[in-house]
Write a protein that binds this ligand. Structure first.
Ligand SMILES: Cc1ncc(CN)c(N)n1
Length: 227
């Protein structure tokens, strides 16, 4: 099958995006994202998000390494490993970027105390690292988490947005076209893997997709947390 045919085919995750559009919009059109897009964001909220996200991305590295291992063992397409390896390289760049951005905003990353919602999301990722979790389920979770960030920050870069100049670089990190293409590659991998999976694994992946959306909402909520 040609590559473009694969891209245009409506896959299982595309159906879920329709079926769960309210939950998906809740995660990608959160008030924190709206406040960036409208230029009304409270900078203390932004700084809180920045510190918390640094902790989260660090915790995502072993999770993604576990997905890489599962792809190596379970995937029938060797290009999956390359896409996931690209994701690990992106995490490496992200961590360097967080350090630079934190110093710009006077946020001390070594003093960040992970808040409960962050700890819960990190534990969830850790639970997905178990060898009992199928590659299909793990890659679906990873696709969902990357896509929420891509969609949210791309929204802040649309023509009619009023995103403050000093926050554009943050939005471009996840909202740029290259990251969008990478998310599409993850979507293709998830769709292909789900297509071949037994029904119970597909159901498990759908539940995990919805859990990711919930964790993402709670993560954004932390930006205006008092503690
Ligand atoms: C909470 C969260 N979710 C997703 C991403 C994108 N890697 C992130 N940096 N932080």
């Amino acid at each position: 099958m040609e590559k473009h045919e694969k891209t245009n085919k409506i896959g299982i995750v595309d159906k879920w995006l329709k079926k769960h559009s309210v939950a998906y919009s809740g995660a990608t059109r959160h008030p924190f994202i709206h406040s960036i897009r409208h230029g009304t964001v409270d900078l203390s909220s932004f700084k809180r998000w920045l510190g918390q996200d640094y902790v989260f991305v660090r915790a995502s590295v072993p999770f993604l390494a576990s997905v890489l291992l599962k792809a190596w063992k379970e995937s029938d397409d060797s290009s999956d490993v390359e896409v996931i390896l690209g994701g690990l390289a992106a995490f490496n760049d992200e961590l360097a970027w967080f350090k630079k951005e934190a110093s710009k905003w006077d946020v001390s990353l070594s003093d960040v105390v992970p808040l409960d919602a962050n700890l819960r999301y990190c534990s969830f990722l850790e639970s997905l690292m178990s060898s009992d979790i199928e590659y299909t389920v793990a890659i679906t979770a990873f696709w969902a988490s990357e896509t929420v960030y891509q969609d949210s920050f791309a929204h802040c870069l649309e023509d009619n947005s009023n995103t403050p100049e000093e926050l554009r670089e943050t939005c471009e990190r996840w909202g740029n076209d290259g990251f969008g293409q990478y998310c599409l590659s993850l979507r293709e991998i998830a769709n292909r893997s789900l297509e071949k999976a037994p029904a119970d694994v597909v159901s498990k992946a759908e539940v995990v997709f919805l859990r990711v959306l919930e964790y993402e909402v709670e993560f954004w909520n932390m930006s205006h947390a008092e503690t």
